[in-house]
Every structure is written in C-alpha cells, then in structure tokens.
Design a protein around this ligand. Sequence first.
Ligand code: NCD
Length: 313
Amino acid sequence: MHIALPENHLKHIVSTDQFTDLHLLKQLFQATDRLRRMPDVERLELLRHKLLATIFYEPSTRTRLSFETAMYRMGGQVISSENADISSSTTKGETIEDTIRTLGTYADIIVLRHPEQGTAEKAAKASLIPVINAGDGAGEHPTQALLDLYTLLRHLGGSLNGKTIALVGDLLYGRTVHSLVKLLTLYENVRIILVSPPQLRMPPAYKHIGVTWEEVDNLTAVKEQVDALYVTRIQKERFQNQATYKKLQQNYVINKKTLKVLKSDGVIMHPLPRVGEIATEVDADPRAMYFEQIQNGIFVRMALLYWLLANKP
Ligand code: NCD
C-alpha cells in the first residue's frame, strides 16, 4: 500500500503554523487513514532500521507512549529519556543544543517535550535530524492539535466550514488550544467561543484577524448550541500561586447538565489528562470523543513519523 509524501518537504514539526495549508492537511489525513487500514504485518515494514529518540523534560503518558507505539508498530526502534529534567546531563548544566546534537548521532528522529516555550524551535535549529515538538511549556503542542483536527473532521462531516467550536478552560497556558486554534481558523465562517476565566484568556498572538471570536467567562454565558466542545485542564504546573489554581479549577466542570450546550450531533473532546473537568458520567455519551482521540493519535503520529523519515536513505 502506497503512502503519499507531502509535496513540500517537512524537516521538523515545531508549530501548527507549518500546517496552514488545507491541501497539506488533507494529504496528512489521507496518509493517516491508509495507516489505520493497513494490515499490521505490512505496517511493520515501513520504518525498519529507523531509530526514534524521545526526550521528555515534563511528565507525559499519551504523547510519549503513543509516539513510541507508533514507531514500534511501524517496525522502528526507540531510545527514551523520560525524566530528562532530573536524569539527563541538563542537570549538570548542558545546553539543549548540545543534548540535541548528541541525540542526533544516535537516532534518526527526536521527539522533545520541554517546560520552556521556544525550546523546540531552538532544538530544531541545532539539529541535523528531524525534531518533533511534543509540547514546549505554554507554547504549542502541534501533534496533539493535528490529531484533534483529524477527530473533529471525522465526526463533523469532513469540514469545519460554518461550525461553532467552544474552547473551554485554561486558554492562557494550554498549549494544545494554542496549536489547535490556528488550524480551526483555516476553515470558512468558523465561530470560535473562548470560555475561560478572565485570568486565563487566550493570548492575543493566537487570535487571528478576520475570525469571529467571542469571549465569555463561563459555559452558562454560551447561549447557542455548539458543534464541538474542546475542554482543557487548568495547567496547575504553570501557576505560581496554588490557591489561585484551586479556585479556578472548580469552575469549569462538564456534566450531563452543562452538556446541554452541545448539539445532538456534536462532539466533546479533551486532550487528557482530565482532573475533574469532565465528569465520568459524560463518558457514556456517544458524543464523548476523548478516548477516540487517543486512538487517532497513534495513526496521525505514524503518518508524521513516516513523512519525516521516509525520504531518508
Ligand atoms: C496535554 C499537554 O501535555 O499539553 N496533554 C497531552 O499531551 N495530551 C494537555 C495537558 O497536560 O493538560
């Protein structure tokens, strides 16, 4: 089975700014669908002899393990530094550039998560091999946004033109919404409702001109039914003051009652982990897509790994 490569070569994946072309996204999701349908034994041939290095300076369950799963299931191999903040030479004062150059002599591709915004870009500049940003502090998380978009398109008829999407929770520090909002605004007549406490509003840099934005403090202020509710965790680790965090955390809980804001054919999503923002009673609702997102993430990440590695000898 043939997997088409993008026309313009992608070296690194740092931001969803690199995916502001609907044709490129279509190609990516076609590759994703092919990988989803491909028999396991065939997939195992795709990245034989390739080695992935994952290096994570912040906790992760899904992002790291899904990249590693994707790599192994395409026949590749993985080396991993999962607590790099305490276990790598960074603790001795090594720069990220030197760490990345080191990994470049071992592996064929790097997946990096780091608490400081801008580190993925710095790493990409220093690297001779592809670098994928798996989250840079409160900056971006492009591969999560791509799997989120893939999930939205699967359930909302293949396009977001004319759709209303509410982004809920921590829009200031939540890197997944920073990456996602750039993709949502590629569609025509998209309405975006930003639901957050005033202290956690989306930074102006992410609010593109020419898009209809609405900003409200809570879900009860959303007066129309929406096609998608994308809920995020209040990012505890980014708060200086834990009392402020605790106060904000309780305000944005989605349960059966607050779910009235969602259309009957809409979707509810969350990048996970959730820490109470979506009550478990919502899990049985057919519109709940957060577990499907996890599954979709494997295939989208397979496609991205394949694209970045397949051109190499
Ligand atoms: C997110 C992250 O790390 O930014 N998780 C993820 O990768 N699926 C969301 C979060 O931590 O709240």
